[in-house]
Design a protein around this ligand. Structure first.
Ligand code: GTP
Length: 651
């Protein structure tokens, strides 16, 4: 016995930072305030899993918001995907609600008056539930923590709260309710008054298993979610068939239930100390056999850790004294300290068991559910990410191909532009040649043009001025019209062909799909091509003074010399009407000296030097835009032996 006491005390003292002390009246005080209760495993796990589900909730909501944002973008997320993930919001919410209410539940069973209510009161450190001789508990009482300072009870299915200040009030309230044996009454007790309630333990008291045949209904209603069962047996007798039958039924409905057996009223053994060990051993063996062999809920060794010999009455008394509450039976039997230590040992092992069991049975399932939800959402997000990445890669590849095409088109355009410039240069040369040739031909027939001028010539000064102006106008109009007739259509066709060729080559460079769009931009130049010219006979002849005395003696050589600057250089002093021809565009296909000579033979009498100068003066510059930049024509006119030079400029 002494050895057992010492072992128990050392076990308790070594188990943690407990304060073990003896009170003046001989009872034992164990200060559990500093003990890190095993219940904290559940408390911390509950907090953790609640926090995790808050994160899962945020994660799912963020995912839904994101999916809604991308759903419109080329259906990266399908409507079904969005709906699937959206459904998780309510599921997570429901789990969070369950998690908030999750608690550790212990149910106490046993025959009437074995001391179930007293055990619960001892564990709660207060006389909360009514207890007494006879059948006192006539329904299921579930004691749980209240967040308020008030104690109250509520019957199942009713929202009415009935305040309860004391055990007697609770007893009266229960009697007044006329409850059936399997009815459930919630007894809410301020959490702050009891550590077990503070740590989310719910304790269920039951009527005696020997007073009802409705054990199956009990089990279905109150046992399926219990984490731990405590069989409160009477140590003064052995386990009874009714008690065994109940747990046989429980073990058929619940896999591996956690069952503790409390051999209560062990204080009665104090009166017969000589049989103490023998009776204890006998009870212990039968209990181990029941749990391990009959129920097969644990091994014999594990069963030994689930069987305790206690006195709930003494434990409650001790704790009431600790709290300095009035007690009716102040005397404690011998060995009460040992029985109290064993009660505390039971509580410790019960707390370890219930917290681990509750974490496993309640949170493990929720953890798996949360993990699956997070994995499902992640899989959908991964799918979206992969789809978006594939599309991005495709777009980048498309961009690369387009860039290559663009570079190729740019190169081709550069080549075409170069070729077109060359073509334009050739066209300019061709136009120069045509203009030169046409001009040469027209110059040769200037005499005919002058001959066509039929106005009568009179030597008087006034008449002579009028005659000159009329002759200028006649030559101006006649030569211009001829040039326009002969050059415009010819050069215009050439320009149109060049433009058509340019457009054709541009179209071929573009991708087929883009040609029709480009057509709208590349409108061909519709305006008819026309050689523009301006004959300025008046200005050219402004310094011409007829010499009536030496009439018709002003030779062409003198005129040419005027342009060459050998004489007075009067013509060159009039730059507004004269555009010098750059040497680079002087055309070798200008009228040849032979032609010039033949012209001279026709009456112009020009030397080779004269014709060269005249031809140079006669060429203008053609721009690549299809208009004649400037064309300087020169001609010689002879009429009535009057030799004049006309400079024609087109713009
Ligand atoms: N001597 C002794 N008496 C006890 C002990 N535990 C309880 N009792 C007494 O046994 C009687 C019945 O106790 P209860 O706690 O009401 O028993 P119960 O199992 O809840 O009974 P019901 O509610 O009727 O099923 C009370 O008078 C208690 O004081 C104990 O360990 N030793």
């Amino acid at each position: 016995m002494a050895a057992y006491v010492n072992r128990t005390i050392s076990m308790m003292a070594g188990d943690g930072p407990h304060n073990v002390g003896m009170l003046n009246n001989g009872s034992v005080r164990i200060n559990m305030a500093n003990v890190d209760s095993p219940l904290q495993i559940f408390v911390r796990a509950k907090k953790k899993i609640n926090d995790i589900f808050v994160e899962i909730d945020d994660y799912v909501k963020d995912a839904v918001t994101f999916m809604h944002a991308v759903a419109g973008e080329k259906e990266i997320a399908t409507a079904q995907d969005v709906a699937n993930v959206e459904a998780y919001i309510s599921k997570v919410q429901a789990i969070r609600e369950v998690l908030k209410r999750d608690h550790m539940k212990v149910a106490f069973f046993g025959r009437t008056s074995n001391g179930k209510s007293t055990v619960i009161n001892a564990m709660l450190h207060d006389k909360i539930l009514p207890s007494g001789i006879g059948h006192t508990t006539n329904c299921f009482l579930q004691v749980e923590g209240s967040d308020t300072d008030d104690a109250f009870l509520r019957t199942e299915g009713s929202e009415e709260k009935r305040n309860v200040q004391s055990v007697s009030q609770l007893g009266h309230a229960l009697c007044a309710s006329r409850l059936q044996e399997c009815a459930l009454v919630h007894v809410y007790w301020p959490r702050e008054l009891c550590a077990l309630l503070r740590d989310d333990v719910v304790l269920v008291d039951s009527p005696g298993v020997d007073v009802t045949p409705n054990l199956d209904e009990w089990i279905d209603k109150y046992c399926l979610d219990a984490d731990v069962f405590v069989l409160v047996a009477n140590a003064e007798s052995t386990l009874m068939v009714t008690e065994k039958n109940f747990f046989h039924k429980v073990s058929t409905k619940i896999s591996q239930p956690n069952i503790f057996i409390l051999n209560n009223r062990w204080d009665a053994s104090a009166s017969e100390p000589e049989y103490l060990d023998q009776v204890r051993t006998q009870h212990a063996e039968r209990c181990v056999d029941f749990l391990s062999r009959e129920l097969r809920v644990c091994t014999p060794k594990e069963a030994e850790e689930r069987i305790f010999f206690i006195s709930a009455k003494e434990a409650l008394l001790t704790r009431m004294r600790e709290r300095e509450k009035p007690v009716t039976s102040p005397t404690l039997a011998d060995g009460h300290q040992v029985r109290y230590f064993e009660f505390v040992d039971f509580e410790r092992k019960f707390e370890e068991c219930i917290s681990q069991s509750a974490v496993r049975t309640k949170f493990a399932q929720h953890s798996r559910r949360g993990k699956n939800i997070a994995a499902d959402v992640m899989a959908v997000l991964d799918l979206i990410y992969n789809t978006a990445t594939e599309r991005k890669s495709a777009m980048v590849e498309k961009q690369r191909i387009l860039h290559e095409q663009l570079t190729s088109i740019e190169d081709q355009l550069t080549a075409v532009t170069k070729q077109m410039k060359e073509k334009i240069n050739r066209m300019v040369e061709s136009v120069e040649h045509k203009v030169s040739l046409t001009l040469s031909q027209e110059i040769r027939r200037l005499s005919a043009l002058v001959d066509e001028f039929g106005a009568p010539f009179r030597p008087e000064r006034a008449a002579l001025e009028q005659y000159k102006r009329a002759l200028h106008k006649h030559v101006d109009t006649g030569l211009g019209q001829r040039l326009k007739q002969r050059l415009s259509a010819d050069i215009g066709h050439e320009m149109d062909d060049a433009q058509a060729e340019m457009a054709e080559r541009m179209y071929k460079i573009l991708p087929a799909a883009k040609r029709s769009a480009a057509e709208a931009c590349m409108l061909p130049h519709k305006q008819p091509f026309e050689v523009l010219y301006r004959l300025n006979c008046d200005n050219l002849c402004a310094d011409f003074h007829e010499d009536l005395t030496f009439r018709f003696s002003y030779g062409i050589t003198a005129l040419i010399q005027r342009f060459h600057g050998k004489g007075s250089r009067l013509a060159l002093r009039n730059p507004a009407q004269y555009t010098p021809i750059p040497p680079s565009i002087s055309n070798p296909s200008l009228p040849s000296m032979d032609v010039v000579r033949s012209s001279g033979a026709n009456g112009f009498g020009l030397s080779t030097e004269d014709w060269s100068t005249v031809s140079k003066l006669a060429l203008g510059v053609l721009t690549s835009q299809g208009t004649m930049g400037g064309l300087l024509l020169s001609g010689l006119v002879s009429k009535h032996n009057v030799r004049q030079m006309i400079i024609v400029q087109t713009g």
